[in-house]
Write a protein that binds this ligand. Structure first.
Ligand SMILES: [Zn+2]
Length: 80
């Protein structure tokens, strides 16, 4: 059993939904094999999984579905 790099919490294997950003493109992946910290929620991917996501994101493979994502700016609404 591995421990979380950040909080030393317990890390378990899961299939998760992951938003992947690469080269200015944003893609949503489902059923991604990952290791997730039970304590802080940090996710860890194997190098193979990361490489596959980069490959698919930049490739010509047809997505299962496409969704539109609302974008909001807090530039005006929140002042520090
Ligand atoms: Zn953690």
């Amino acid at each position: 059993m591995k421990a979380c790099y950040f909080c030393k919490g317990e890390v378990v294997e899961k299939r998760i939904q992951h938003v992947h950003q690469w080269g200015g493109k944003i893609v949503l992946f489902e059923d991604v094999p990952a290791e997730v910290c039970q304590q802080c929620g940090e996710t860890y991917f194997s190098p193979e999984v990361l490489e596959k996501m980069d490959e698919v994101t930049m490739g010509e493979e047809k997505p299962k579905a496409t969704i539109s994502v609302p974008i909001f700016s807090l530039a005006e609404a929140v002042t520090a």
